[in-house]
Design a protein around this ligand. Structure first.
Ligand code: ADP
Length: 483
């Protein structure tokens, strides 16, 4: 195991193949950058094609024994992992902050959310239901059971490096699948820490593997053509999701996709403005706006828009920006200077299209920081309302007619999440008309391991968490029994 650390926490920066931490066949490494300082904090092993194949074959070799391990035993592994990560939440949060840049409070929130997937799927592992009934003609019994889908390739993004990994690993293992995890290049250290927690909890060799090929695309395409791989579960951009769906088609690999979002945040005329403002701050600023669930477009009724905008701007002007590792900071760095510059460019384009910067709009001289920003006078149909911002920018569009707000909210290829603030009856009726997999009514946080997370339209296929999450890693099997 290679350990290189500039912090108090031990960083693991190797591949995990067949139960061992290895440097990889080539010995090549890539730097992991702390976006708050721009400095390298570790150099992570690069997985060669042979390393990726070894990982798949290790997962494949242990699949028969893992899938026939009693559900209770699989459940207990997840419970032990839950306990380890719960006890080490501060360490996990620190690694998240170091490589992702987010505020420490966001990282702790993520660590807790991530850890809960192990508890939830430890509970689900022993609750997979089947069916047994008589056929309508009376000629047979219909027995419906489930079996694990097989070796699963899990590909995760950098914005929630712990939670996106655990949301896939926990249900896969609960179902009896074995996995190869490919974390984002920006945030492999968090993934390695989670994998090591599973190893320490007693995961058998080969059940959980981790590889980091560079470049990603061709290596993943090759892995999706390995005959042992039967599942790909991906969280990331819609653009990459489309590529993976095409690659998965050749071997008809089952695909679960959590893709991009473009969340509307609708403030209805009867909304409690104080609640809507507090909700807006959370829905927008959690994770510095780098979330597929982040509120992306604020549609605020003209009767309340002045009060809403004034209050949001005042609150955001007090937001403390700086390195996430300093716990008083509420807004950390974006994951990289490149991502920060994309946000800055979107703001510039919005201004050229007629928006006004009411607050912020500034990039830092050092580190990948962008100030909390409010844009007013934004027109629906412009670049910023059609793009996932992934940064701390509140873009406010004023509207007069609720039907028009619903139409604008649905005017997107995405359909992940929407937020609605208003009098309950009206808010619920608007929620029902929004084409999104998730709608938050008078609240700003929806993610919960016990609830189905997923999108409609081009935001994805399938659901994670809840009782559906484990089904993504199971195949239904029908056995007909002659009477
Ligand atoms: P984001 O930048 O929003 O996290 P991406 O879709 O670019 O979204 O990345 C999500 C994950 O997909 C990362 O692990 C990344 O390395 C991986 N990835 C990027 N390009 C490809 C590709 N062509 N094939 C497979 N995986 C990819």
């Amino acid at each position: 195991m290679t350990i290189e650390s500039s912090t108090d926490v031990t960083l693991i920066a190797d591949l995990h193949i067949n139960g061992r931490w290895v440097a990889g066949e080539s010995g090549d490494r890539f730097p992991v950058i702390d976006p708050a300082s721009g400095r390298s904090i570790a150099s992570f092993a690069i997985a060669s094609d042979a390393d990726c194949t070894n990982a798949i074959e290790a997962a494949s070799a242990v699949l028969p024994s893992w899938s026939s391990t009693p559900p209770r035993v699989r459940s207990e592994l997840l419970t032990r992992t839950f306990q380890i990560l719960k006890a080490e939440r501060e360490a996990l949060a620190e690694i998240i902050v170091r490589e992702n840049g987010k505020a420490f409070s966001d990282a702790l929130g993520e660590a807790d959310y991530a850890t809960e997937f192990f508890r939830w799927f430890a509970e689900e592992a022993v609750r997979v239901a089947g069916d047994f009934r008589l056929s309508p003609s009376g000629d047979k019994h219909i027995l419906v059971t489930h079996q694990p889908i097989g070796v699963s390739l899990l590909i995760t993004p950098w914005n929630f490096p712990a939670a996106m990994a655990t949301r896939k690993i926990a249900p896969a293992l609960a179902a009896g699948c074995t996995v190869v995890l490919k974390p984002a290049r920006e945030t492999p250290l968090t993934a390695a820490y989670v994998v090591d927690a599973l190893r320490r909890a007693g995961a058998p060799d080969g059940v959980v593997n981790l590889v980091t090929p560079v470049p990603t695309g061709p290596a993943i395409a090759r892995m999706l053509h390995h005959p042992a791989v039967r599942k790909v579960s991906f969280t990331g951009s819609t653009e990459v999701g489309r590529i993976l769906l095409r690659e998965a088609a050749d071997n008809v690999v089952s695909a679960s996709m959590e893709l991009g979002g473009n969340a509307p945040f609708i403030v209805l005329p009867g909304a409690d403005i104080e609640a809507a403002v507090q909700g807006a701050l959370v829905a927008k600023m959690r994770n510095g706006g780098s979330a597929c669930t982040a509120a992306n477009r604020f549609y605020v009724h003209s009767s309340v828009s002045a009060a809403f905008t004034k209050a949001v701007t005042a609150e955001l002007s007090r937001f403390q920006v700086g390195p996430g590792i300093d716990r008083e900071n509420q807004l950390g760095a974006l994951v990289s200077v490149g991502e920060r510059d994309k946000v800055a460019e979107l703001v510039d384009v919005a201004v050229s299209e007629g928006a006004t910067v009411a607050l912020g709009g500034e990039s830092s001289a050092e580190g990948a920081f962008y100030s909390a920003t409010v844009l007013t006078g934004v027109q629906h149909g412009g670049t910023i309302t059609g793009t996932e911002i992934f940064g701390p920018v509140t873009a406010i569009v004023e509207y007069d007619d609720v039907d028009e707000a619903v139409r604008m909210a649905n005017d997107t290829i995405y359909g992940l999440i929407a937020y609605v603030y208003g009098e309950t009856g009206q808010a619920l009726s608007v929620a029902r008309r929004i084409d999104a997999g998730m709608v938050a009514v008078n609240r700003a946080v929806l993610s919960d391991p016990a609830a189905p997370f997923g999108g409609m339209k081009q935001s994805g296929l399938g659901r994670e968490g809840s009782s559906e999450g484990i089904l993504e890693f199971l195949e239904e099997k029908y056995i007909g029994i002659e009477l």
